[in-house]
Write a protein that binds this ligand. Structure first.
Ligand SMILES: [Zn+2]
Length: 229
């Protein structure tokens, strides 16, 4: 671990003297050439271990559903190897594979393959990511109970932005990692004793749907957090 994090508390659970460093977005999400200067935070061995279990799942599954060129390349090069090592996950994905009609970026109606995902594992990972980003950008510690993850439709994304951005106390963050492999925005409202922030995160441009068709397609994951300013 670099000197930078020496003696720092874990970005995820707040435990003193974290002892290890962690990439907020696992390096495996990125192509080799895009792995430099990814955000890193101090992490205790326990959080590091728990988070990497969730990352094993997400780095195997999300490239299969990705729309971004890096996802497709990652899918061809790495995901099969990761899935080969995880036979139960491979057969679960195979069994749950489906088809539906979707809209291409050019607006054409095209057939799409759908895959079942475990929302618990994904929301767990996005919670860690949001806590990590809060520490990385604002040096704020967010405790697990103060995080709420939601899959956002374009409409709810727009609605939230138009509420947050005009506020004079809003501190925005925007980053694009690995040529769009990961895109995230953060909006922090800092005027109160109780801080409030939202992270919007997109990995590989994956779309999330729901078996209940009345819920629109979700293009981003939103993580809502509160913390003491
Ligand atoms: Zn920890």
């Amino acid at each position: 671990m670099g000197k930078k994090f020496k003696g720092k508390a874990c970005a995820y659970c707040g435990t003193g003297d974290a002892g290890t460093a962690d990439h907020v977005f696992a390096r495996e999400f990125f192509l080799l050439e895009d792995r430099n200067s990814l955000p890193k935070v101090p992490a205790c061995p326990r959080c590091n271990r728990e988070k990497s279990k969730l990352e094993h799942y997400a780095t195997a599954v999300l490239p299969l559903a990705g729309r971004h060129p890096a996802a497709i390349q990652n899918c061809l090069e790495n995901a099969p190897r990761r899935l080969q090592k995880n036979e139960p996950l491979r057969s679960e994905l195979d069994r749950g594979r489906g088809q539906r009609w979707g809209t291409s970026p050019a607006g054409l109606i095209v057939p799409e393959t759908t895959l079942p995902v475990d929302p618990k594992l994904l929301t767990g990972l996005y919670s860690y990511i949001a806590a990590g980003l809060s520490w990385y950008h604002w040096e704020v510690h967010v405790l697990p109970n103060n995080l709420a993850v939601q899959f956002l439709t374009s409409e709810s994304d727009r609605c939230l932005r138009s509420t947050l951005i005009p506020r004079p106390d809003c501190i925005p963050v925007e980053r694009n990692l690995g040529n769009g492999t990961v895109i995230y925005n953060g909006f922090r409202l800092s005027s109160n004793f109780l801080g409030v922030a939202v992270w919007f995160i997109s990995i590989y441009g994956v779309h999330f749907g729901n078996e209940n068709a009345s819920v629109g397609v979700c293009r981003k994951v939103g993580v809502f957090i509160t913390f003491l300013n």
